[in-house]
Ligand binder design. Structure first.
Ligand SMILES: [Zn+2]
Length: 406
């Protein structure tokens, strides 16, 4: 049975890329070098901004609530926090239908000296547990007493999606709707729908004002596993530098969709990319350490934490490609894989056999390109039109739909 490919080209034109990079580079020279040392919390709400506050900075606002022993903020300026320690806070997100709030867990490791401010996010999709665990592990390794700079972790951004272990945000505007929050950034505090408002609150009051460099961690999704790889634009120097500091074997050199969080950061002049940490739903303990090591390398590279750089992309024999090719199911039925995640495949290589409930063969799938398998359907059944696989292609200028990534 012939293989079916979708051919939706999502890569912006080169001229668009050049304009965007030029704008990014011009934004990167903003005078963000100065850092203010801690203010007492009682002074935080003073009318005048503190001397030396960064452009775009916001005031820290404590709501006065304390939940599980953590103070609640509705906006945060990490300059206001005491240096040399970790701060565990709840950020007050969008309101629920009951009038309560979706609170988001925030950890700030504030170094003893000012320096780069890195922000690590996870849980933009609710079934991506390894993203949360990776950020937890990194934060657990930080000792603010020896840090120069600040690392902020925002762990569970799409709270209602996480509560129900599903990718999308469940909202009740017109009956239950599921919204992919990673198509909503930078969001809108006055937007139509809770996911857009949550994104707007988190981005404007928490992420953007406190970030020089950002990493938004993801995994595969329910039913479709991912390998260990990065999504990011190698044309942005700081993004390239960060991605190459990971011992991760694949980089998809592509900005992907406009509404993803890493592109909202980039539009704001903040370099960011998206690591993909293996399979969804469970903790992918074989893959997580690669991303912990890589992120610690990033922090060492920028002088935030001391120590030698560990293994990098060179050690992982990284494959970098701008092209991903998806293999889409042409029939409904049961899929038997003949290959596994991370395999190198050649054009024409047989990938899978599909059967109906009688066991009769309905379809066979072959690879349209040479490349490496970066995504693989984990559910044994498939409907027509489901993504079976995506391949990081080394065949040249091929490209195709990207219905799953990040
Ligand atoms: Zn995701």
């Amino acid at each position: 049975m012939a293989l079916e490919l979708k051919s939706i080209f999502l890569v912006p034109s080169l001229s668009h890329n050049r304009r965007r990079r030029h704008r990014l580079q011009s934004l990167l020279i903003a005078p963000w070098a100065l850092v203010v040392f801690a203010m007492a919390p009682a002074l935080v709400n003073a009318a005048a901004p503190p001397v030396g506050v960064r452009i775009g900075g916001v005031k820290t606002v404590f709501t006065g609530d304390v939940i599980n022993g953590k103070k609640v903020v509705s906006s945060l300026n990490t300059d206001d926090l005491e240096p040399g320690r970790k701060h565990l806070l709840y950020f007050q997100g969008v309101q629920m239908a009951t009038g309560q709030y979706w609170y988001v867990s925030v950890i700030v490791a504030k170094g003893i000296r000012p320096g780069k401010r890195l922000t690590l996010t996870s849980g933009v999709h609710g079934d991506e547990m390894s993203s949360v665990h990776t950020v937890q592990t990194i934060m657990g390794r930080l000792n603010p007493a020896e840090m120069t700079g600040t690392v902020m972790a925002v762990l569970d951004i799409a709270r209602p999606a996480i509560e129900s272990m599903q990718r999308r945000w469940p909202s009740s505007g017109r009956g239950l709707e599921l919204t992919d929050m990673n198509r909503e950034w930078p969001g809108n505090e006055q937007g139509l729908g809770a996911a857009s408002r949550q994104a707007g609150l988190v981005f404007q009051r928490l992420l953007k004002p406190n970030t020089d460099l950002a990493i938004d961690f993801h995994t595969g999704t329910t039913g479709l596993d991912a390998a260990a790889f990065h999504i990011g634009d190698m044309g942005i120097p700081e993004v390239k530098t960060m991605m190459m500091l990971y011992p991760v074997p694949m980089i998809w050199d592509n900005p992907v969709y406009p509404g993803v969080l890493h592109n909202a950061y980039i539009k704001a002049g903040i370099p960011c990319f998206t690591p993909e940490i293996g399979a969804a739903r469970h903790l992918d303990l074989e893959v997580i350490p690669l991303f912990v090591e890589g992120t610690m390398n990033v922090l060492k590279h920028y002088g935030v934490v001391p120590g030698p750089i560990g293994r990098t992309a060179v050690d992982a024999n990284v494959l970098i490609s701008q092209n991903v090719v998806t293999v889409v199911s042409t029939r409904g039925g049961f899929i038997e894989w003949l290959v596994k995640m991370g395999d190198n495949v050649t054009a024409g290589q047989k990938l899978a056999i599909q059967r109906n409930a009688f066991g009769e063969v309905l379809a066979q799938y072959t690879s349209p390109v040479q490349g490496r398998i970066a995504g693989l359907r984990s559910d044994a059944t498939t409907e027509p039109g489901n993504v079976l696989m995506f391949i990081l292609s080394t065949s040249g200028s091929t490209s195709s739909a990207v219905p799953y990534a990040e």
